[in-house]
Write a protein that binds this ligand. Structure first.
Ligand code: SF4
Length: 164
């Protein structure tokens, strides 16, 4: 995540190259190439790097918890949407999600994006949308492997300490 927790996450191949195959530079312009389909934003420049052992669903849920907590509640898309996303991501992470929850998250995103007073709504929506865009198979794995989802990360054995 090249710009902190509020920007679209990119898979490793799109951090080093653009979708067109040109070198991706760590600049505002280069990171934006491809729009949100294959690009991101430099934002604050607060890079967050996840190695292959990390669970994208778990990390996305953790960000959603933060934004739901930070929402001041002044406008309803953010007030309701951030909390709703947090609940859906929580149940996916804990093996209680359904396939339609993944599309539900994308729908909630669309209702938040561009419809809030301040940028916190977008900041909450973009990382969730991008995580589904680039790592959908991890979300699906949590649905198809509910027992394993509570014990390990996507495809990788690990200690799974619940966040509280
Ligand atoms: S978008 Fe900003 S103003 Fe609206 S509820 Fe969220 S934090 Fe408050």
């Amino acid at each position: 995540m090249p710009g902190g927790s509020s920007v679209p996450i990119l898979p490793a191949n799109l951090i080093t190259k653009t979708a067109e195959g040109t070198d991706r530079l760590m600049t505002y312009e280069s990171l934006a190439e491809g729009g949100f389909a294959s690009g991101s934003m430099l934002g604050s420049g607060g890079f967050i790097v996840f190695d292959e052992d990390q669970c994208i669903v778990r990390n996305t849920w953790n960000f959603a918890r933060f934004y739901a907590h930070e929402s001041c509640g002044q406008c309803s898309p953010c007030r309701e949407g951030t909390g709703w996303m947090e609940k859906v991501l929580r149940r996916l992470e804990h093996g209680q999600g359904h396939m339609h929850d993944i599309d539900l998250l994308a729908e909630i995103n669309k209702k938040i994006e561009g419809n809030t007073i301040c940028p916190l709504g977008d900041a909450a929506a973009w990382p969730v949308a991008a995580a589904i865009r680039h790592f959908r198979e991890e979300f699906e794995w949590h649905v198809t492997h509910p027992d394993e989802a509570v014990k390990r990360n996507f495809g990788i054995a690990s200690n799974h300490m619940p966040l509280v």
